[in-house]
Design a binder for this molecule. Sequence first.
Ligand SMILES: C[S@@+](CC[C@H](N)C(=O)[O-])C[C@H]1O[C@@H](n2cnc3c(N)ncnc32)[C@H](O)[C@@H]1O
Ligand code: SF4
Length: 384
Amino acid sequence: MVFIYKSTPSRGIDAINTFSVRWYLYINPHHPKGIDRYVESTKEKIMLKKIYYLTKKSFTWTRFTNALKIIISYYISIIIKKPIVWGYPPIVMIEPTNYCNLRCPLCPSGANTLKRDRGFMTYGMFKQIIDEIEKYTFMILLWNQGEPFLNPDIIDMIEYAHSKKIYIMTSTNANELPSSEYIVKSGLDLMLISLDGASQDSYNKYRNNGSLQKVIDNVRELVKIRAKVADSTLQLINQFLVMKHNENEIERIKEMTTELGLDDTVLKNIQIYSKEDIVNFLPENPKYRRYKITGDNFELKYGIKNRCYRLWTQPVINWNGDVAVCCFDKNNEYKIGSVKKHNFLDLWKSNRMNVFRQTILKNRQLFDFCRNCGEGVDLKIKKV
Ligand SMILES: C[S@@+](CC[C@H](N)C(=O)[O-])C[C@H]1O[C@@H](n2cnc3c(N)ncnc32)[C@H](O)[C@@H]1O
Ligand code: SF4
């Protein structure tokens, strides 16, 4: 995206042009003078590539002004402590299924503590949602609880969202994937691969029922096929949950990421639910934790502010069409409504949704799931 004005040039416009052309060269991974030449840090490269591909694929003025309106109305809402929502969600999380093939102990889906019915979203419902949001939404997050690639229509879903120029991210345990060729050619933009163990033993301490070898084989295949597809922009990122049993494997995992040909490793701190989880899963090193611990108690180290950007930017639609305020309401305790009965964009601006926003602006402590959520928390560990 370069802004070139054809009218009589002025110094201001010259400056904008010079800046935008430089910026474009800087972040364009395909330009000979682009990212790879100027940027050394892998993290920065990955981030810039993501911005470049995202903008190139999904930019429209309507989506851009919508996102701007949402951001402005969010900050005004914080100041006046009343919810104002001037736009529609720029990002939507869609749950293809809440079934899973693994049994991760701290995941409601894997531990079987999820209190919702299980099922698969139909292609028809997915298409209906995309048709409604495509004008305003520039990115979808194609997961929630469960393993997205178990949905038999997942490739068709990705292809459909891609045809509407929406940037698509997903997260997978990569134990059972459809053909790599389908995935790479589907138009998927970013895949988080949950590879959090350097040996089968350590991997299985969390990824119960999973096979490290299967993940490695699947990753190798994806990397191989991606290299053959000339115009592929798919980014493959290893997301490593840092826990007590694997915090000593971080360096090894980074080496594995390079050996396998993945683009980067992202370290994420874990969410826990009980004091037993402190003993069993929380890493010893406090810099890998999102909590501070006092005796048997744990609380978010950053405190809880009465605000939440997620309520303005990224709602969730579960497999059956039920809308949730965010991905931390895993059991859909606070019901907004269903896209089977209402337009999603009407639900977004509904009284029910605004009552929730209003409550959070006054007192975020009132909801259990808000007290242990990611708002205001750095979930990614940046400095190791
Ligand atoms: C519920 S999973 C669903 C997607 C897929 N099945 C997977 O595992 O990647 C969504 C994300 O939550 C992460 N996750 C699982 N347990 C977690 C925990 N206790 N704390 C933080 N993130 C967790 C997974 O690694 C994944 O990136
Ligand atoms: S693989 Fe993902 S969805 Fe499945 S149990 Fe583990 S974290 Fe949960």
